[in-house]
Design a protein around this ligand. Structure first.
Ligand code: IPE
Ligand code: IPE
Ligand code: MG
Length: 245
């Protein structure tokens, strides 16, 4: 029996977040340049999003490029931005066919104009789609997102539109990039690194964490199902005792 058949479809996470890591090491294993790994990572994105949709996941949020990644060698950064443009234009037909709604979070103004244009136009094309919401975190930093939320709220208070005592967790969450996404129940990180790297710090407060040694370009359909199965074996207690849940 494959992993997919063992999944309890009534308990599939609604939102899965993924840290797609290990492209560089994957390429190195073939004696190739790092960008070779990024190129091959696109296939994993396609497969994983389709697999998630097949089992009823509603939202998938992919860490595509962090704010810190701007500090990589210029050649790699340029190659990743180019890849983003070409992958979006290549994948748009498939996204339409699969009813995928594309979205993006992060400091998008930092993107090269061509890249931002392609992203915006792809998002517009898929805006009427009603299937899985695929959110790309690009030029994303969770600390920056949280700082921005605090700034927005401070401005509301300054303008007399909000009382400090009315600043609730909900108000805070409403001012994050992710205001229209539920919190992820499952966070997957590939490549054997056990860290969060400034990703969705507020949103993953109660997410189940799943780490796998597989490098991102090797992470495919079956691997996603395996992660979901692992998630389903866990008991989510939210601070209560085992007897209470
Ligand atoms: C993840 O793979 C992709 C990005 C961060 C853009 P890496 O490029 O970080 O690959 P490793 O971790 O160096 O192997
Ligand atoms: C995190 O991977 C960012 C993305 C996957 C886009 P990194 O490779 O940049 O993270 P660190 O540097 O290992 O923490
Ligand atoms: Mg990495």
């Amino acid at each position: 029996m494959g992993y997919q058949d063992q999944i309890d479809l009534s308990r599939v996470p609604q939102h899965i977040a993924v840290i797609m890591d290990g492209n560089g090491r994957w390429a190195k294993g073939f004696g190739k340049l790092r960008v070779f790994g990024h190129h091959n990572g696109v296939k994993s994105v396609r497969e994983v999003v389709e697999a998630a949709d097949d089992i009823g996941v509603k939202y998938i949020t992919l860490y595509t490029f962090s704010s810190e990644n701007w500090n990589r060698p210029k050649l790699e950064v340029t190659a990743i931005m180019e890849l983003l443009v070409s992958a979006l234009s290549k994948e748009i037909a498939q996204m339409m066919k699969n009813n995928v709604k594309l979205s993006a979070i992060g400091d998008l103004d930092m993107l090269p104009p061509r890249c931002l244009r392609e992203l915006t136009s792809s998002m517009e094309k898929t805006s009427g789609n009603t299937g899985i919401v695929m959110t790309l975190a690009i030029s994303y930093s969770s600390r920056r997102e949280l700082t921005q939320s605090a700034k927005n709220i401070a401005q509301l208070v300054k303008d007399g539109k909000l009382n400090p005592e009315d600043i609730t967790e909900e108000v805070f969450a409403q001012n994050l990039y992710t205001h229209d996404l539920p919190d992820p129940e499952l966070l997957i990180r590939t490549s054997g690194e056990y860290r969060i790297s400034n990703y969705l710090l507020w949103q993953i407060a109660y997410a189940e964490l799943y780490f796998t040694p597989k490098l991102w370009p090797d992470f495919r359909r079956e691997d996603l199902f395996e992660a979901v199965l692992d998630y389903q074996k866990r008991e989510r207690r939210f601070g209560k005792t085992s007897e209470q849940v």
